[in-house]
Design a protein. Structure first.
Lengths: 238, 234, 239
């Protein structure tokens, strides 16, 4: 009565989980709609706070762009596991061989896609309000946003999993995420400043890449370890 | 993969949560083909027992040992577990078919099995509705299909009759009978003392985190339960 | 026996702090441009080192805890983080005091000060998560992961901040300090580190006692309870 199985590869598992999340999001549109609305509100706040009248737009605008990205990232990642946790669906997933690693990468890519979408809108909004031409000297700003968004999501997805059951999660996630992402925010903002001035932003890009690699590696390791526990679990020390 | 699962054994397994002791020095060996009823009042440690067997909980002391042709480690055991808990473990936004297809794909089970299981739990007609719109009993049946889809060798059913009508219960007893015939290990945590006694080959009773009775044979569950509880009553 | 050793350590630490104060104020010369405020320097630098020692201790113990599940390592990690945060707070107070006198402003973009602030924020969060999460296995695991992420982040923050602010003129070079100042710095280091070690060991002792209380409580009431549905993974835990 045994049914033949072909063990799926990690990529196949990631694709299945990603597809599932995208399908659900397309059906409800909740996360995309609220995130887009949030970024519009945020940019209007920048306007009312008086930032748009500043002359040094090339200094201020990239900073605000990255700050807005970080805020949106929090909004996106905090909801990462909400739906799966509601009826314990995640338990069923964690029983499946290899699925916890696949879950990390699927959620990472899913969050990254959503964030990239919102970042695109942010780029237009902030660019319009500050009259900055992001692409006057090439597409370095877009590349920095893509790479930086990936790093934000890598840290964010890890934290979302770790803190999924924590009380006051909505506050704790940003409180931990923002300090961890300081190097990313510095490098991202500086890369963008350099890019719109037509300067070389290569070194900052490398910093962003290093950040991405470090936190994807650590995130994947800690995700698995923290979710499933070490080997025999926790012994009681004498 | 190390052959068919032969036995799963708790060896003096204890599980603490902080200061609380959920399960205390529990030893229990389950062998292939056994259908075991686990009885006991709320808070007796039944769900902890299921968590330990499913390996989503690690014992604080003692060990969980699984054997096929060789000893299995906890991730190998986990891959052979099918679990219906008090949560449905389903995602409401998906349809029944999508949910099963997802699980099947992640396990690498052929997609024809999805059709088979939908039919088996009588959900074919409702397979393309969102799970959020299902009744309690339909969800429970889908949860059963989800758990059994991967052909698990250790089946843990935590209150499986919750929300099931009489006809669905018949389906459940039938499924358990099939699993027994196929030589699987089935653990049924139940309050339902009217379950057909001939279905179970063995019954154990937990009380306050301890294993207080362990009987094999066709004794009725309610008689066993009454006797066991009398013994531990203060 | 252990308590005796710790008492002697505490006595030693107190004496070391008192004599360091004596050396700093009585022996080391008053610096020409900064005046008496320059005395902050001795304790500022040694406290910063102590804080980072605490954070690295926390990270190391956390890795061990995650790999081996040994709860003693968790107690050590917690002690390192808490005492590290204490010294880090001192650094964040003495830093602006220094900056006010040296540069006329409370806060500057001085790279090391910014690095310390980020490290402090990360470990403040660690302490907050500890207290919100309570004494559960999942909290222990979450905090271990946070400590590892935080310490792994420190070199990156350092690099980014240096590169960002590195081209600004370094207002103060510590290179040319006199021999007397060097003696005073050594005394302050000794004092701060003996204080640090005493506090860490005390915190570890308290932590071990808490573990023991939990164990005894468990033995006394080895029976069922109402929270049996806790799962192994934070994803599975009910809020």
């Amino acid at each position: 009565m045994s049914v033949p199985r072909r063990t799926p590869t990690l990529a196949q598992q990631v694709w299945l989980l990603l597809q599932k999340d995208l399908r659900v999001e397309m059906r409800t549109g909740e996360v995309v709609a609220t995130s887009l609305l949030f970024s519009a509100v945020l940019v209007s706040l920048f306007v009312f706070a008086g930032f748009s009248t500043r002359k040094a737009a090339s200094e201020g605008a990239p900073g605000l762009l990255w700050m807005a990205s970080a805020f949106v990232a929090v909004l996106v990642v905090t909801r990462t596991f909400e739906r799966e946790r509601e009826d314990g669906a995640v338990t069923a997933l964690l029983l499946i061989p290899g699925a916890s690693t696949a879950l990390f990468f699927a959620k990472l890519v899913y969050n990254w896609l959503l964030l990239t979408l919102v970042q695109g809108v942010l780029l237009l909004l902030v660019g319009g309000v500050f009259s900055v031409d992001w692409f006057a000297h090439g597409y370095a700003v877009a590349v920095a946003l893509l790479l930086g968004g990936f790093g934000l999501c890598a840290v964010g997805t890890t934290l979302a999993a770790l803190l999924a059951a924590m009380r006051l999660r909505e506050v704790i996630v940003p409180v931990v995420l923002f300090p961890l992402c300081v190097p990313l925010l510095i490098a991202g903002a500086q890369a963008s400043v350099a890019a719109i001035r037509g300067q070389n932003s290569g070194a900052w890009m490398v910093t962003i890449l290093l950040f991405d690699l470090l936190f994807v590696g650590l995130g994947q390791w800690l995700f698995g370890l923290a979710l499933e526990g070490a080997g025999g679990g926790e012994g009681d020390s004498e | 993969m190390g052959g068919a699962l032969r036995s799963v054994e708790l060896r003096s397994a204890t599980r603490f949560f902080g200061r609380h002791v959920a399960l205390y020095r529990c030893s229990l060996k389950l062998v292939a083909g056994e259908v075991v009823a686990v009885l006991g009042p709320n808070g007796a440690g039944k769900s902890t027992l299921a968590g330990l067997l499913a390996t989503t909980l690690a014992p604080s002391e003692g060990e969980v040992v699984a054997a096929a042709d060789r000893m299995l480690d906890s991730s190998e055991l986990r891959a052979r577990v099918g679990w219906v808990s008090h949560e449905s473990m389903l995602q409401r936004e998906l349809t029944g078919r999508e949910q099963l297809a997802l699980i099947a794909g992640l396990y690498g089970v052929a997609s024809e099995r999805v059709v088979f299981w939908l039919e088996r739990v009588r959900l074919t007609a409702d397979a393309d509705r969102a799970i959020g719109t299902y009744s309690r009993g339909m969800r429970q049946r889908l949860a059963l299909a989800r758990a059994l889809l991967s052909e698990p060798e250790l089946v843990l059913l935590d209150e499986p009759t919750t929300g099931l009508d009489a006809a669905s219960r018949e389906v459940l007893w039938e499924l358990i009978g099939d699993l027994r015939a196929a030589g699987r290990i089935v653990v049924v945590i139940t309050h339902d003392l009217d379950a057909p006694p001939e279905l179970f080959s063995r019954a154990v009773v937990l009380s306050q985190g301890r294993l207080v009775a362990d009987r094999s044979g066709p004794e009725s569950l309610s008689a066993l339960y009454a006797a066991a509880l009398q013994r531990v009553a203060p | 026996m252990m308590s005796d050793k710790l008492s002697w350590m505490a006595v030693f630490a107190s004496l070391a702090v008192l004599s360091a104060l004596g050396v700093v104020f009585g022996y080391a010369p008053v610096e020409a441009s900064m005046g008496i405020v320059q005395k902050i320097f001795y304790f500022h630098v040694s406290s910063a080192l102590a804080a980072y020692t605490g954070f690295f201790l926390c990270c190391g113990a956390s890795i061990y805890y995650l790999l081996k599940g040994d709860r003693r390592a968790d107690v050590v990690a917690r002690a390192g983080a808490e005492v590290g945060v204490l010294f880090c707070t001192f650094v964040l107070i003495s830093g602006p005091l220094w900056a006010r006198k040296a540069w006329g402003t409370w806060w500057t973009g001085e790279p090391r000060l910014m690095l310390t602030m980020v490290a402090a924020l990360i470990f403040y969060a660690y302490v907050v998560v500890r207290s919100i999460g309570g004494r559960t296995e999942i909290t222990r695991r979450i905090c271990a992961a946070l400590a590892i992420l935080g310490v792994a982040d420190i070199p990156l923050v350092h690099f980014a901040v240096q590169k960002w602010r590195g081209n600004h003129p370094r207002v103060l070079r510590n290179g040319g300090i006199s021999d007397e100042m060097e003696v005073a710095l050594t005394a302050a280091m000794l004092a701060v580190f003996s204080l640090f070690a005493t506090l860490v060991l005390l915190r570890i002792r308290v932590g071990m006692a808490e573990e023991k209380v939990e164990r005894l409580h468990r033995l006394a009431t080895a029976r069922g309870n109402d929270i049996e549905d806790r799962r192994r993974s934070p994803l599975l835990e009910n809020p």
